[in-house]
Design a protein around this ligand. Structure first.
Ligand SMILES: *[C@@H]1O[C@H](CO)[C@@H](O)[C@H](O)[C@H]1NC(C)=O
Ligand SMILES: *[C@@H]1O[C@H](CO)[C@@H](O)[C@H](O)[C@H]1NC(C)=O
Ligand SMILES: *[C@@H]1O[C@H](CO)[C@@H](O)[C@H](O)[C@H]1NC(C)=O
Ligand SMILES: *[C@@H]1O[C@H](CO)[C@@H](O)[C@H](O)[C@H]1NC(C)=O
Ligand SMILES: *[C@@H]1O[C@H](CO)[C@@H](O)[C@H](O)[C@H]1NC(C)=O
Ligand SMILES: *[C@@H]1O[C@H](CO)[C@@H](O)[C@H](O)[C@H]1NC(C)=O
Length: 853
């Protein structure tokens, strides 16, 4: 039988010659077990035991399971709704405890073109309905750890409030989040901006939190008393006594110019606890207080664990034990040195005990037992740090289980910690700090390779260096080290000697290139680079003698570990690749121009342009055939079998492509399987082709969308047929395995034949293997405003400038102070140190001026 039929109305065609081509894909995370990114919020439902959620800034929301693991709730996000992975607030309904709400959107500046949304779920996040807001929401903006700025009325759960950013004020819903209107009586929109120097930091953080006084009302009626905290250096805590009709400043609020990060009610004490910091976070803040407000008496009391004169941190995470009135905890937002501080009080803040304390410098009493068995890589086992950072940093999320005084969780810039023995803090003063982020995979992935004969996978990762994955199902014991990089920006292997690996990453102290000759198991610094050599994509020659490094300040080359030298014939930031079989061939592209080197990257010559393309997005060489090179561009996919002297465009239906890679074919003599993100017949997703682009199958689906196509890293597995790796920007690494009949290899294996055939697309939706039914509805519920209410449906991916959650570099001039901060992701202050002091790297977020002995 040989015929072509239209399968569904939307123009998908399945060629029945290859009718068995649709294989079912099963998707799982490559396990790192430790999160790997910032968790700005954790909320427990106060009425249903065990119901809790965590929100991330770039990787969606998660639900807690009874075995301490987490279930991701937003893996459906795809190229058209990638920004739904930015969660600026989350609210769990105290009455109908299956209801949960999130405010989503990634950036309020132009990195994200879309307005934000409120997503609502009635099944604890398994499925969601959406209402588009008439303004942006910034899940990955400054101040993303304040909150929660979304809240459900505990006496009438049809009522919700949402505090917006960017001057858009307070919003209210009276129909379970379906429609929203502006609370015009609330006129304080929050004027604080973090830093006027960039669009990213100069947008007002807006409203910080909404806290209902549940005790002021009765079940079934709107709660009369509502507190709202606003990110403002002036008056910043406001109250309504009439269910939101009128509002006033809470008089007596301390006026230090600090920003209220959290406002947590202790109902039985009739007290509101507030943490203040002089920065919006999550990186900044050097001063602050903790205050409580007695709602009955109207009296404010400073209960700060550290006196104003002595503090060098602001306060973030704040928790009350609902079972034990007067038991409260607070975290320094960032105590960068020597380690984060968390405090606990059993007497409503009159006295505090810390999680560690100096016992005569440099001796420290550690009042905790550290347990990272779930993610051993969280500490570098070769570290010689005098003061290892274990408690964390960026602690905005801190919560005590309302049903279990022993159970606490807190979020850091890197993982979630907590334990089930919190009461030991009060008895033996030795609580467990245990990594409890299993199931949360939040990394922003920058490179993935599977060198033949090597481990299951090697990953290059933003903020967490990268990993040698001996197994896809167990957490790595270490990140790459010696040298350790905060982010590894590029990784490649030598095609003929695949145990030889090169990586490029950022470091304040070590050369930014590292080499391995045992598949990345151990490494040594390549002194071809210094610590100030810029980092970027790398390409390793097939015989492992030459490294090509593409950076925004030029393309650099080193042969036999000689000092890097600029390759004058290539523009900065060129896309690069090495031939995997012929040591002399390197490839590059910039704009629409393709370049070839036949002298081991010493010189490049422009050979051709790629059709009507204006941008080449990725180059990949065939894993074993010399001169066989592919390019994805803004107009499609191109293939050359003559080292890039000429290219043929693949199929007319493929109109754009991003990251792609090759995997093991079904039979050894077949062409490798090509996997990648493409737009084919107008549909952007993850595709595979087993016949060089004649037939395609979309293998992303309605349950697994992988977020922004342009931000992802794709590679096939050269060891396992059908397996593909997808590195996301905030949801870690996925691997997909195929089941079902192997497509028959009837395509003519030449690019010319491929190019002349019509692209045929098999939709995988009918064969998706997932058992989950997650997916957002496309409800167009109205917003009661004259502004746009339409659902945005056609967005392209993120730009690379928005890649990770922590990419801002300091542009400040001037000199920091002795032992002051001088660097770190997100830091915007001076980077020079006073005479006699050296700026010393402590971690990805903090470098300090230390005395040079
Ligand atoms: C909402 O109300 C506030 C306060 O009246 C106002 O400043 C803001 O512009 C309003 N936002 C929108 C989107 O209408
Ligand atoms: C709050 O103030 C009232 C009135 O002065 C007092 O009776 C009550 O004990 C105070 N609450 C707390 C928790 O201190
Ligand atoms: C913190 O701020 C207060 C109030 O402005 C000030 O008095 C104090 O000196 C500051 N602390 C430090 C360490 O700068
Ligand atoms: C708490 O326990 C850990 C490990 O059991 C130990 O290293 C630490 O010294 C203890 N802290 C105190 C203050 O006893
Ligand atoms: C690599 O390609 C060059 C140019 O075509 C050729 O001269 C050389 O023999 C090739 N090397 C190998 C090892 O095949
Ligand atoms: C992307 O996700 C949305 C919402 O789940 C869905 O409606 C749409 O069909 C998906 N697009 C693709 C190409 O899968």
């Amino acid at each position: 039988m040989r015929q072509t039929v239209a399968l569904i109305a939307t123009g998908y065609l399945v060629d029945l010659v290859h009718g068995a081509a649709s294989q079912a894909y099963t998707w799982k995370n490559v396990v790192t077990g430790g999160g790997g990114g910032f968790t700005p919020g954790i909320v427990f439902n106060p009425s249903a035991q065990g119901v809790a959620y965590a929100r991330t800034d770039i990787g969606g929301a998660y639900r807690l399971n009874s075995d301490d693991t987490w279930t991701p709730l937003m893996d459906w996000a795809n190229n058209s709704n990638w920004h739904d992975w930015g969660i600026d607030a989350i609210a769990t309904d105290p009455i109908d405890t299956d209801r949960v709400y999130v405010a989503v959107g990634m950036y309020t500046n132009d990195w994200d073109p879309n307005d934000g949304s409120i997503l609502r779920s009635t099944d604890q996040g398994d499925t969601w309905a959406e209402t588009k807001l008439p303004f942006k929401v910034g899940g990955n903006m400054p101040g993303r750890g304040v909150g929660e700025r979304l809240a459900v009325d505990p006496n009438d759960n049809s009522i919700l409030y949402f505090g917006a950013r960017s001057g858009h004020g307070l919003w209210k819903s009276t129909d379970y989040g379906e429609t929203w209107s502006n609370v015009t009586a609330f006129t304080w929109t929050g004027t604080y901006i973090q830093d006027a120097s960039s669009t990213y930091t100069s947008d007002p953080v807006g409203i910080a939190w909404v806290t209902f006084d549940s005790t002021s009302g009765s079940s079934g009626s709107a709660t009369p008393r509502i507190f709202v905290g606003v990110v403002d250096t002036g008056e910043s805590v406001f109250v309504s006594e009439d269910a939101g009709e009128t509002w006033a400043w809470v008089s007596g609020e301390p006026m230090y110019g600090f920003l209220p990060h959290k406002g947590i009610l202790s109902p039985s004490e009739h007290t509101l606890y507030i943490s203040y910091a002089n920065g919006a976070g999550p990186y900044d803040g050097t001063n602050g207080t903790v205050h409580k407000y007695n709602i009955t008496s109207g009296v404010w009391t400073d209960i700060s664990p550290t006196s104003l004169a002595d503090t060098y941190y602001g306060y973030g995470g704040l928790a009350v034990d609902l079972q034990v009135p007067g038991t409260i905890m607070v975290a320094a937002l960032n105590c960068w040195w020597p380690d984060e501080l968390i405090f606990r009080s059993l007497d409503s803040g009159a006295t505090w005990s810390p999680i560690w304390a100096w016992n005569g410098y440099p001796s420290i009493d550690y009042y905790y037992t550290y347990d990272i068995s779930n993610a051993p890589w969280l500490q570098d086992d070769t570290s010689t740090d005098q003061f290892p950072v274990r408690v964390g940093w960026m602690v905005e999320a801190l919560a005590i289980d309302p049903f279990d005084s022993n159970h606490w969780l807190y979020g850091t810039g890197e993982t979630i910690y907590g334990s089930h023995d919190l009461l030991k803090w009060d008895t033996s003063h030795n609580v467990t700090v245990q990594s409890l982020a299993v199931g949360i995979e939040e990394m922003a992935v920058l490179g993935l390779i599977t060198p033949p004969g090597g481990p299951a996978l090697l990953s290059a990762v933003g903020d967490d260096c990268g990993f040698y994955h001996t197994s896809l199902t167990t957490a790595p014991s270490q990140y790459f080290h010696t040298p350790t990089y905060s982010s590894t920006n590029g990784i490649d292997y030598a095609g003929n000697k695949p145990a030889n690996i090169v990586r490029s990453g950022s470091s304040d102290t070590d050369p930014t290139l590292a080499l391995s000759s045992n598949f990345g198991s151990t490494w040594y610094a390549d002194y071809a680079a210094t610590s100030s050599t810029p980092t970027g994509q790398v390409a390793y020659s097939a015989d492992a003698d030459t490294i090509l490094l593409s950076t925004s300040s030029g393309v650099l080359r080193s042969q036999n570990s000689a000092t890097l030298a600029t390759v004058a014939s290539l523009p900065a930031s060129a896309i690069i690749a090495s031939d995997k079989a012929n040591n002399t061939f390197f490839y590059a592209a910039s704009g629409a121009t393709f370049y070839l080197s036949t002298d081991t990257a010493a010189t490049f010559t422009a050979t051709t342009t790629l059709g009507a393309s204006t941008t080449v997005n990725a180059l990949r060489a065939h894993p074993s055939a010399a001169g066989d090179i592919w390019a994805s561009t803004d107009t499609g996919l191109f293939h050359s079998t003559d080292s890039g002297n000429s290219f043929t465009q693949i199929g007319s239906g493929c109109t754009e492509g991003w990251s792609f890679g090759f995997g093991k074919p079904a039979s050894d003599d077949a062409y490798p399987v090509l996997f990648g993100f493409f737009t084919i017949d107008g549909v952007t997703g993850l595709y595979k082709t087993e016949d060089e682009g004649v037939n395609w199958q979309m293998i992303s689906d309605s349950s697994y969308g992988f977020g922004a196509a342009s931000a992802n890293i794709v590679n096939g597995d050269l060891a396992t047929y059908g397996r593909v790796f997808v590195g996301t920007n905030g949801r870690g690494i996925f691997y997909g395995d195929a089941s079902g009949t192997v497509p028959s290899a009837t395509a003519t294996a030449t690019a010319t034949a491929a190019a002349s055939s019509t692209v045929k697309v098999g939709s995988s939706s009918s064969t998706a293997s997932s058992s989950s039914t997650v997916g957002s509805s496309t409800s167009t519920a109205g917003v009661t405003t004259s502004k746009s209410t339409t659902l945005s449906t056609t967005t392209k991916g993120t730009s690379s400038s928005a890649t990770t959650s922590t990419t801002t570099g300091s542009t400040a001039t001037g000199t920091s102070t002795a032992y002051g901060q001088c660097g770190g992701s997100g830091y915007t202050g001076p980077t020079a140190c006073p005479s006699g002091y050296t700026c010393t790297y402590e971690n990805a977020f903090y470098s300090q001026c230390e005395y040079a002995t």
